[in-house]
Design a protein around this ligand. Structure first.
Ligand SMILES: Nc1ncnc2c1ncn2[C@@H]1O[C@H](COP(=O)(O)OP(=O)(O)OP(=O)(O)O)[C@@H](O)[C@H]1O
Length: 447
């Protein structure tokens, strides 16, 4: 078994592309197959080296590993050889119509209420007419003559599928400048590089029909491929994602400080019958089944991802994040705060709470209570150092002395000590903050 993820380096990978990469990588891992990254860079005008490098970087950030890396630009000779085979068998035929001529034909057919399919006029070209066209300085582009009938397959997501080939224009496989189009390059690679499973976006369904026809024209067997066309991922407003809009790119998520493990868990299960859970790649692979992916388009929801990010961090051990924590942060700090932030970057604030300076808000009418709290604050001594018991002991004494309880007791303290109404357990934070800082903040808040 061998799968491939085949992006074109024409922009930054977005979460929709990533969903396909993850599906391929998980399927390969689950069934012990190989996973190839193929950079589809035959379109020299749109492809950029920096995007190709960016794709590798972004996939590595996600933690995906590939067994092979192939660039289509290194395999041009193979595509040309395949084109030659198709020319020899008469399936690839030269065309000379200009864009304007084609447009005029399309419009004419539409006016006649006929589908705007290419009329194959150039199939009737005699060798003399062709020589004449070339003598006039025209260079042909080449179309593939599709078979009559249907291309059919059983799709792992869409179920029994078919494409009516007579309803499609013969596709151009070679441009007038001699460059090969993706449609052909992809078939040649899938055949020659031993691909068995093609998991890709629904936008490729028609391509699959055409490509199966090309496979057969090249002497391959269509039934050696298993297909799964996953629905496209939409943005929160239901819009189409594009490599041109960078908001939902993997790069942006990385810069925002999201955990790659959360992104993978989210995209692996989004729009499927299984709920997104904070799981490792290996755990996800144990049960991954592309047949569980729903046929309807899924929407990317940032709030869901952030919730999963929070749950992921809650399970992350200190060692795994140590390098990304504020300098000096200890394991005790990480354990105290990790369940309270959506993203690692928000830790900065909690680090300032325990180890730096914050400005607590003014609390009208609470001065006396806060001074009372200061008075009852237990000392932090070598014999009785502050511990997890300090907070419950202190607040129990304060409850007794002040007669307050619940929110009236706790909220003014939390606000004075952390500047926030909510956050990590004060029982955990207190020993990290230390007596001097706590006393200083109470004094400041009471003033
Ligand atoms: N919104 C989307 N949701 C899910 N998969 C997508 C989405 N857009 C593209 N894909 C899939 O991503 C994979 C990589 O394809 P490709 O690089 O051509 O992406 P693209 O975003 O369509 O790029 P381009 O805009 O350059 O055509 C393909 O399997 C494609 O079907």
């Amino acid at each position: 078994m061998k799968l491939r993820f085949a992006p074109s380096p024409t922009g930054l990978l977005h979460v929709g592309n990533a969903r396909q990469a993850i599906a391929n990588a998980l399927h390969a891992r689950r069934y012990g197959g190989r996973f190839m990254l193929r950079i589809d860079d035959t379109d020299a005008e749109r492809s950029r080296e920096e995007y190709a490098a960016g794709i590798e970087q972004d996939l590595r950030w996600l933690g995906l590993e590939w067994d092979e890396l192939v660039r289509q630009s290194d395999r041009i000779a193979r595509y040309e050889a395949a084109a030659e085979t198709l020319k020899q068998s008469g399936r690839l035929y030269p065309c000379f119509e200009s864009e304007d001529e084609l447009r005029a034909k399309r419009e004419m057919r539409l006016r006649q209420n006929r589908p705007p399919i290419y009329d194959r006029a150039m199939l009737k070209l005699t060798p003399e007419q062709r020589a004449q066209a070339e003598a006039n300085g025209k260079r042909p582009y080449w179309r593939f003559r599709l078979s009559d009938g249907h291309a059919a397959w059983t799709d792992l997501v869409q179920g029994p599928s078919q494409v009516k080939l007579t309803a499609i224009s013969d596709p151009v496989l070679i441009r007038a400048d001699g460059t090969v189009l993706y449609t052909l390059a992809s078939v040649v690679d899938d055949l020659e590089l031993g691909i068995t499973h093609v998991l890709r976006g629904e936008d490729h369904v028609t391509n699959t029909g055409v490509q199966l026809d090309i496979v057969q024209a090249l002497g391959g067997r269509a039934d050696r491929f298993t297909f799964a066309h996953l629905p496209l991922l939409l943005d929160e407003a239901g819009g189409k994602l594009s490599k041109r809009f960078e908001g939902l790119s993997l790069r942006a998520l990385r810069q925002d400080g999201l955990e790659p493990a959360a992104v993978v868990s989210y995209l692996a299960r989004l729009g499927s019958s299984e709920d997104p859970q904070p799981l490792s790649f290996a755990e996800l692979a144990e049960t991954y089944d592309v047949r569980h992916v729903s046929k309807s388009p899924a929407r990317f929801d940032m709030r869901q991802l952030l919730a999963l990010n929070r749950r992921t961090m809650h399970l992350t051990p200190f060692e795994a994040v140590r390098d990304r924590l504020p300098e000096g942060a200890t394991e005790a700090f990480w354990l105290a705060v990790r369940g309270n932030v959506d993203m690692l970057v928000e830790l900065r604030h909690w680090w300032d709470v325990v180890g730096g300076a914050i400005v607590p808000p003014v609390q009208d009418g609470e001065s006396a209570f806060l001074l009372q709290a200061l008075e009852l604050l237990p000392p932090d001594t070598a014999e009785a150092p502050w511990s997890e018991a300090t907070w419950p002991n202190w607040t129990a004494a304060l409850r007794e002395a002040s007669g307050r309880k619940g929110k009236a007791l706790f909220l003014p303290l939390r606000l004075a000590l952390t500047g926030e109404e909510q956050g990590p357990e004060l029982r955990d934070l207190l020993p990290l903050m230390g007596h001097e800082r706590v006393a200083g903040r109470l004094r400041l808040a009471a003033s």
